[in-house]
Ligand binder design. Structure first.
Ligand SMILES: [Zn+2]
Length: 394
């Protein structure tokens, strides 16, 4: 049984708090009577809305329950407590078969129930145009029908579901309206929709953009392109990969000026070698190479095939690029994506005891999941430059 109490400064209020937990759930949060020794902070476990694989397990394959559990266990050890397991473009029947299988696995395992909050379905209702299609198979892209959407909701019950679509496909506006009415969050991505079509989709309930700055060609029209069109659509939540490579550091900073930072969330779009050291990884018939930059490429290729970024590293890279306290970046990788998906307040009484203790003096991050101590990892060297001085005086 996991029971405990810990005192630390709350990452958002900056005030000392005492957090108690029992049986894997938080039972009390109260102001701490004494200031914790050292420079110790408590923050919720990270929430990741786009994970295709982790720990050399790719969810795109027919994996075993043991594979999935080892992958989710590793994520939860690495500071990311809950994910939307992401399935990408496939024939609809293959995709739904996989989804049903994974959901049944999830339901049988307490660790998977704790770690897999829901599902992100990225495709097959997206653009098949070169550049916009990205690494997806253009042959498998199709137009959505109401039957697709109803089936998706039937399979997933009341789980949080994020569906990424290209609004220019026939049927997407109607599908968005139906999906939204069924509680599915609809996001655009891998799209080159016009301003008018985007506006119609937003009117129907579309509310986000998946990995802004990616899923588009290298060269785009300077006067009229999908980035500008989306930037003019107020109210849309923006996902962005904070590795400094999928989106350059300059562009990353600009995104934070164009959009309300309260409507941004960070994501890694991680594929199976994520959480591993740089090197080559074979999984099924896919070989991938991870560079020192934690970017994944097919061996010899220059285009990006996803990231091997650990979510925790993403927080500190974001803070470094923005020159802001890491706490400000942390909220965009935890509470903001949770709010966007309707997953409720994190680090509050009754929720899973999933949190991280950031010890700034020692430069370590200690992770608890379900109230159990999972790891103490040296924070990235980047942590030292990520606004530590500023947060210490806060
Ligand atoms: Zn994508």
């Amino acid at each position: 049984m996991s029971t405990g109490t810990i005192s630390a400064r709350h990452y958002q209020t900056r005030q000392p708090v005492q957090v108690s937990w029992s049986d894997g759930r938080i039972t009390a949060i109260a102001p701490a009577t004494s200031v914790p020794s050292g420079d110790t902070w408590i923050a919720p476990g990270l929430i990741e809305l786009q994970v295709n694989g982790y720990g050399n397990v790719g969810y795109y394959y027919d994996i075993t329950a043991e594979d999935l559990e080892s992958s989710i266990r590793r994520l939860r050890r690495d500071g990311c407590s809950r994910i939307l397991l992401t399935l990408t473009t496939d024939h609809w029947s293959a995709l739904t078969t996989k989804l049903k299988r994974l959901r049944a696995m999830r339901d049988r395992s307490p660790e998977l129930r704790a770690g897999i909050a829901g599902w992100h379905i990225e495709g097959p209702f997206m653009s098949n145009v070169p550049g916009y299609v990205g690494a997806h198979d253009p042959e498998k892209m199709v137009d959505p029908t109401p039957a697709h959407i109803r089936e998706l909701r039937e399979i997933t019950g009341s789980d949080p579901v994020l569906l990424t679509v290209a609004p220019e496909r026939a049927g997407v506006v109607e599908a968005t309206r139906l999906a939204t009415s069924l509680g599915i969050r609809v996001s655009m991505g891998h799209t080159n929709a016009s301003k008018e079509v985007i506006a119609a989709a937003v009117q129907a309930g579309l509310c986000a953009y998946t990995h802004y700055g990616n899923g588009i060609p290298q060269a785009i029209d300077r006067h009229d392109n999908i980035l500008w069109r989306v930037a003019q659509e107020p109210g849309v939540t923006i996902g962005v990969i904070p590795d400094g490579v999928h989106v350059s550091a300059d562009f990353f900073r600009i995104i934070h000026r164009i959009f309300d930072p309260k409507r941004l969330y960070y994501t890694t779009d991680a594929v199976h070698p994520a959480g591993m050291r740089p090197g080559r990884f074979q999984f099924g018939d896919i070989e991938m190479e991870v560079g020192e930059d934690q970017v994944v490429r097919k061996p010899g290729a220059t285009n990006l095939s996803g990231s091997a970024l650990r979510p925790l590293e993403g927080v500190f890279r974001a803070a470094e690029m923005l020159q802001c306290p890491w706490q400000d970046a942390w909220v965009r990788f935890s509470q903001q994506p949770a709010d966007f998906m309707g997953m409720g307040p994190l680090l509050s009484v009754g929720t899973q005891a999933d949190f991280c203790i950031v010890d700034q003096a020692a430069s370590t991050v200690t992770t608890y999941a379900g109230g159990e101590l999972r790891s103490t990892l040296p924070a990235a060297a980047r942590m030292r430059s990520a606004g530590i001085a500023e947060s210490a005086k806060a």
